[in-house]
Design a protein around this ligand. Sequence first.
Ligand code: ATP
Ligand code: MG
Length: 532
Amino acid sequence: THSSMLAAWNEHVHTRPHDPAVHYFDTTLTFADIDRAADALAVALHDNGLDATDRVALYLQNDPQWLVSLLAAWKLRAVPVAVNPMLRAEELRHILTDSGASTLICLDSLYQTVVAGIRDGTALQTVLTTHPLDMTPNATVPPAVAHQVPARTSFADTLDWHTLTHRYRDRRPEPATPRPRDIAALTYTSGTTGRSKGAMNSHSAMVHSSTVYARWWDLQPERDVIIGLAPVFHITGLVAGFGVHIISGAPLVLLHRFDAEAILQAIERWRGTFMIGAGTAFIALTTHPALDAVDVSSLTKTPSGGAPVGQALVDRIRARAGWTLRGAYGMTETTSPTHLGPPDIDPPTDPDSGALSVGVPVPGAQVRIVDPVSGRDLGPGEPGEIVVAGPMVVPGYWRLPEESAHAIRDGWLYTGDLGKVTDEGWLFVVDRIKDLINAGGYKVVPRDVEDVLYQHPAVREASVVGVPDEYRGETVKAFVSLVPNAAVSSEELIGYCRERMAAYKYPRSVVILDELPKNASGKLLRRELRNG
Ligand code: ATP
Ligand code: MG
């Protein structure tokens, strides 16, 4: 295996420079094209003060620039910081100050709307702005950019990508070689349960996880095409998009941002074979009318993770699109997967809850289930906290020694997730420990209630939370969105659940919303629903 992600990349550049690397709308970029742009950018960033171990924040969409920036950072042994482009001022400020980034690469539109207002108070020295399109190596500098380069500011320069990469064309950086333990990316947790924390994902961890995906689905450059659906600022898209592309050499289709119709068309056009996404993304694709007009049968490798995926959802997606979702379980802190569903085995269902297994441990992953109170190891079938170890686990959170020591003890990561395993190693993720509802002493697993709601044909998305209740302490409340043109009342949904579950479990109220709040990794945000 490779000593770093950059070493894996360099091998493609040397052995097959003119093969397609990235398809971006009507542009196809080869390995050599991207590498040349990354060289130019690395020199430009270095000339503007970026050095080894310095942080460079990437505040971009799923565009080729992201990959170019990532490679440029690696070429300098600098640390790329992945930033969600949907974050607004305060959240961005948190990541910029937390990471101490000295350089920011961002879309021009985001510079105007967000960055300009918060740059003071950060450690930013250089901001490089770019446009989503037209980063091809031979493109001329768009005339519009001249006035978009603001005057000198308090933090040195704001530079334009196109001008820069032109000025530095054909220059190469001093070669630097990332070490296996260097941070390949500082990625932030989704912030589903609280403030997001920076996870230090090393080169060796990223090589490991990317290789796991590539081998698990036997991805080959001549045969496979990766559809870059998942956002690459999140660990899932970073590893199962860029990482898998770099390790396998299979071309990657990038689509700027999530647009169901564009993704469906790209699958048909490029004969996509591999795509990872949250269940909510697959729901959006398979409820979109454009699905009827395209042939998506090439897509046979479809892991789905990040959030629960139940049998009802899997059945619905298979019926609509012919895709068979396979489980994927992991966290930002585990550089993506610790468990995957084997491609050709249907996962077992949990006899108690009917939940679907997320898969079996990937090579190198060690798993324990422990009693969250006593810390005692539990046996097969007994629910407890999922605890994992292996080459994919981060050494800790960026500059958070206390949180790191709490989450990672003797190399074991305490996930905060409740789960259980079968004696064959299949993992069931029951739910987040923090989200369990205590309804008058009865423990309700929100996910069990959501799974029943998903069985109702009118329900598109469901999220269940505990809300304060005078008599029971907490009571069960559900929020749902409906499939297009469906009509059902809250009372009917309550009745539907009541017939199918114990009396303490069924939701006492159901609120129907047009859309449920979710974060950019596609996870439904119970936290926001709970807080009203
Ligand atoms: P934060 O840690 O900031 O609250 P987060 O935990 O959502 O946010 P991520 O690292 O993106 O941040 O997500 C990891 C979590 O996602 C896991 O701990 C687990 O709760 C959930 N998860 C991941 N995969 C699955 C899956 N296949 N089924 C159920 N839950 C999953
Ligand atoms: Mg988490």
